[in-house]
Design a protein around this ligand. Structure first.
Ligand SMILES: [Zn+2]
Length: 139
């Protein structure tokens, strides 16, 4: 899978992220979203893509919600069903390790390009537009 290296987060970012995580995992909306995702897709999506059927135990954010630039973006990424992925424990561990190492899967690249395009071209759109392009936005 193609990756882009964004580097490791700085210590202040880590502190902010820790608080965000604490707030997020105490939010009852997360438990509801997580339970719904596991009910809908009880099989690890990454193992399934490799032809293996393994029970999913955890729900992963494909794009980490702390990458949001505003509270609205963070909220959108955190609770967007389409930004979640059912994973087994080893696949979730590996996905999180890759993110911590700065190895970013290709869907991040699409996300960042879409955000950049919105910043450059869509600054003056009327209110009511979504906080950023849908995650499946393609260029
Ligand atoms: Zn797996």
């Amino acid at each position: 899978m193609p990756t882009i290296n964004l580097g490791k987060p700085k210590s202040r970012e880590r502190t902010v992220n820790k608080q965000l995580y604490q707030d997020f995992y105490q939010d009852p909306r997360w438990r509801a979203l997580r339970d719904q995702k596991i009910r809908d897709n009880p099989v690890c999506e990454q193992c399934e893509a490799r032809g293996k059927t393994i029970l999913a135990r955890e729900v992963h954010h494909k794009i980490p919600f702390q990458l949001g630039r505003t509270p609205e973006e963070i909220e959108h990424l955190a609770f967007d069903y389409d930004n979640t992925e059912s994973l087994c424990v080893p696949c979730h561990k590996k996905a999180d390790q890759d993110i911590r190492k700065g190895k970013i899967p290709s869907h991040f690249v699409t996300h960042f390009i879409a955000r950049f395009m919105q910043d450059v071209f869509c600054r003056n759109l009327p209110s009511g537009i979504p906080p950023f392009f849908p995650l499946n936005f393609t260029i």
